[in-house]
Design a protein around this ligand. Structure first.
Ligand SMILES: CC(C)=CCC/C(C)=C(\C)COP(=O)(O)OP(=O)(O)O
Ligand SMILES: [Mg+2]
Length: 441
């Protein structure tokens, strides 16, 4: 077996053969695999310049750690530049893309009034434009109606926490290419349902590791239906209305299935099975008080992960990444790295919230501190570095794939995943209702 390197196999076991282009509703059919101007627009538009004023300076000793919003772009730029340059070596001069189709520089996005919230110092991330306030308001209005009237999600006293999720802002920031608010609602309902299951089954709204497997499996049947005998089917049907997490999963999935293709719905089911497996590993360790090694924690967190959210970017965008392209090992690597970077962002922003919660809540800084005998501060700073390496690896893998398979649908999907990663960071940064940074700088 060849050495797979520190971030897992960067080369697929077999060299993927780019499948024939499959047309979708929004992109033209392409009959060859040459890099198109679309590819160049993908690269140019991946992170349009956004001006966000610097946050107030940290109170003390910050000189050693700098914020790196889009300034630490050397690694990503070199990869992107490599694609723009095209092949090098004897006889390849005419293949260079940089001279032929230099993309116009994207218009700078004017900064709207920036929302409050400071980024983790030293974190490598890309700022996003302020999400469209009209869309945010409409999604927020509709999701509350759905939560209260269609699925009876929460008792009155939890309304403040529901509002504090700011899920409208979250989903508008993560899906800038959604054609309509109806499309955004597909992602928003699923996000709320996923949070309901996590809160009510796993965490602090009545959740517990004890008995979690049974609860999760039965909730999973709202996504992946039971096919059983006439005698037992009604009881299963009835069970889907019996608690808020199941009502939410069932309704959100019904809407999603109506909008998605069969393979998109199946992709989502698979990603949710992965998520539930991750919840179970976390719960098993919590039950026995086991603190995993750092690599084991990262493996668990690859499953207990935001992955099901960016992977619906095509459904929310109103197009389909065909199953064969989604299944390519290099696409799977991009998706895994994106999910891992976004999830470690959560570990960093939710660190103090989780320290304050009852019992020991595992997150990357906590596991590094315990397993590598570091102070809380040094462990946290190391976790920032782990995140940054994952984020750079995601960007490099996405750029490699864009070069290897520059089909319009692939490029749009990659752009959608990258937008989700950036929007997710922005939501964590600005959600000061849920998250507060530790006092390490
Ligand atoms: C939205 C979704 C698919 C969530 C699944 C996994 C999950 C709950 C996270 C990645 C967030 O982690 P965590 O449970 O630590 O959330 P908070 O820190 O409590 O916000
Ligand atoms: Mg967390």
């Amino acid at each position: 077996m060849p050495d797979s390197g520190p971030l897992g196999s960067s080369l697929p076991e077999r060299r993927p053969t780019p499948p024939a282009a499959v047309p979708d509703a929004l992109t033209p059919t392409v009959s060859d695999l040459s890099v198109t101007p679309t590819a160049l627009h993908f690269l140019a538009a991946l992170h349009p310049p956004v001006t966000i004023p610097d946050p107030p300076p940290p109170p003390t000793g910050a000189s050693a750690v700098r914020n790196t919003p889009d300034t630490d772009t050397d690694a990503a730029d070199s990869v992107l530049q490599r694609i723009l340059r095209g092949p090098t070596g004897p006889g390849t001069a005419s293949l260079s893309l940089a001279g032929r189709h230099r993309p116009p520089p994207p218009d700078p996005v004017p900064a709207a009034q920036p929302a409050a919230g400071r980024a983790v110092p030293g974190l490598y991330y890309h700022p996003v434009p302020e999400p469209d306030p009209v869309r945010v308001e409409e999604v927020s209005r509709r999701i509350k109606r759905w939560a209260e009237d269609e699925v009876q999600l929460y008792p009155e006293e939890w309304e403040g926490q529901f509002d504090g999720l700011s899920v409208g802002r979250y989903m508008v920031a993560c899906h800038p290419d959604a054609p309509t608010v109806d499309h955004l609602m597909l992602a928003t309902r699923l996000m709320v349902a996923e949070n309901a299951v996590d809160d009510c089954y796993c965490e602090d709204h009545g959740g517990s590791p004890v008995g979690l497997g049974g609860r999760l499996l039965l909730a999973h049947t709202a996504l992946d239906h039971v096919h059983t005998t006439a005698e037992y089917a009604p009881a299963w049907q009835e069970s889907l209305t019996s608690d808020a997490p199941r009502r939410a999963y069932r309704s959100a999935m019904d809407y999603f299935v109506r909008a998605a293709t069969d393979s998109q719905a199946d992709r989502y089911r698979h990603d949710m099975a992965r998520l539930h497996m991750g919840y179970l590993a976390e719960a098993a360790w919590a039950e026995t008080g086991h603190v995993p090694e750092v690599w084991e924690y990262l493996a668990m967190r690859q499953f207990n992960n935001f992955r099901p959210c960016p992977t619906i970017t095509d459904t929310v965008g109103g197009y389909e990444l065909p199953a064969d392209l989604h299944a390519r090992p290099d696409m799977q690597r991009v998706i895994a790295l994106a999910g891992n970077a976004t999830t470690i962002v959560n570990d960093l922003y939710s660190y103090t919230k989780e320290l304050d919660s009852p019992g020991r809540h595992l997150n990357l800084p906590v596991v590094i501190a315990e397993r590598e005998q570091l102070s809380e501060r040094d462990a946290y700073l190391k976790a920032v570095e782990v995140h940054n390496e994952l984020q750079h690896a995601f960007e490099a893998a996405a750029a490699d794939l864009a070069e290897a398979c520059p089909l319009p649908t692939v490029l749009r999907f990659l752009r959608g995943v990258a937008a989700w990663v950036d929007g997710n960071h922005d939501w964590h940064r600005t959600n000061t209702y849920r998250y507060t940074l530790p006092d390490f700088w």
